[in-house]
Design a binder for this molecule. Structure first.
Ligand SMILES: [Mn+2]
Length: 222
C-alpha cells in the first residue's frame, strides 16, 4: 500500500471561548469537530465530523451500500457527518471501504483531542429484524479490533458483506480505540451489516459523551 498523504485538522472554530474542557459548561463553548483529507493512488476521501451534532449528514461515495451505512451511522449516532469519497472501485470496493473507516477513525481521534471528560466506554445491543448485534468500545489509546467470524459471506447487491470488517478495523486502528463487534444472530446480510453500523453508532455516541472531570484513566493519559 502506498503512503497516504493526509491532512487532519480541527475544523475552523465556530465558537469563541477557551480551549478548556474543565466543565460541561466550558465544553459546550468548544465544538468537537474535525476535518480530514486523505489521498492515495487508490482513494481520495474528504470527511468532516461534528461529534456533538444532531445527525445531519451528506454522504457521497461511489458505493451505494457504503453510503447507506454511513448515513445510518450519522443518523443513529447523532453525528453531523459529511463525506466525499472517490476510489478505485473498478478494481474492488475494498480500498474505498477500508479507507473510509481509516479517515473516520482519524477524524474521531482529532475531534476528541486529549479525551478529557469523555465517558471513554460505550456498548450497545441492536436488533434489526432477525439480526442481533452487540458492540463495545474503549477509547483506550490502543488500536485493536475484534470480531467473531461466523462465516457470513456474500453480496449485498454488489457489495461484499465481509468488507464491513475492513471498515471497522480501519476505524479502530486509526482512532486508537479497542472495538469489539459480535454478531449474535443474523441471516440476511443487509440486516446484519446495518445492525453492525447502528450498534457501532450507538456505542460510539455513548463513549464520546461528555461526563466532565479529568482524562478517564488512572495513568492520566489515553
Ligand atoms: Mn437498509
Amino acid at each position: 500500500m502506498l503512503k497516504a498523504r493526509s491532512s487532519v485538522g480541527r475544523a475552523p472554530a465556530r465558537h469563541a471561548g477557551g480551549q478548556g474542557f474543565e466543565s460541561p459548561r466550558a465544553y459546550h463553548l468548544v465544538m468537537r469537530e474535525a476535518q480530514v483529507l486523505r489521498e492515495t493512488r487508490e482513494t481520495k476521501i474528504k470527511l468532516y465530523i461534528n461529534v456533538d451534532g444532531t445527525g445531519e449528514y451528506k454522504i457521497d461515495t461511489p458505493i451505494g451500500f457504503l453510503t447507506h451505512m454511513l448515513e445510518s451511522f450519522a443518523k443513529h449516532g447523532r453525528f453531523d457527518l459529511r463525506v466525499e469519497a472517490q476510489g478505485d472501485v473498478h478494481v474492488s470496493h475494498h480500498h474505498t471501504v477500508e479507507d473510509c473507516g481509516i479517515v473516520l477513525g482519524q477524524a474521531f481521534a482529532e475531534a476528541l483531542g486529549s479525551k478529557k471528560g469523555i465517558r471513554r466506554y460505550g456498548d450497545s445491543i441492536v436488533p434489526m429484524d432477525e439480526a442481533l448485534v452487540m458492540s463495545a468500545i474503549d477509547f483506550s489509546g490502543r488500536g485493536l479490533f475484534f470480531y467473531e467470524d461466523k462465516n457470513l459471506r456474500g453480496k449485498i447487491t454488489d457489495f461484499d458483506f465481509e468488507l464491513i470488517w475492513e471498515f471497522f478495523k480501519g476505524f479502530a486502528l486509526e482512532s486508537k480505540s479497542t472495538l469489539h463487534i459480535r454478531v449474535i444472530e443474523g441471516k440476511i446480510l443487509h440486516h446484519v451489516a446495518e445492525a453492525c453500523f447502528k450498534s457501532f453508532a450507538l456505542t460510539l455516541r455513548e463513549a464520546v459523551s461528555f461526563v466532565g472531570g479529568d482524562i478517564p484513566s488512572t495513568k492520566g493519559t489515553l
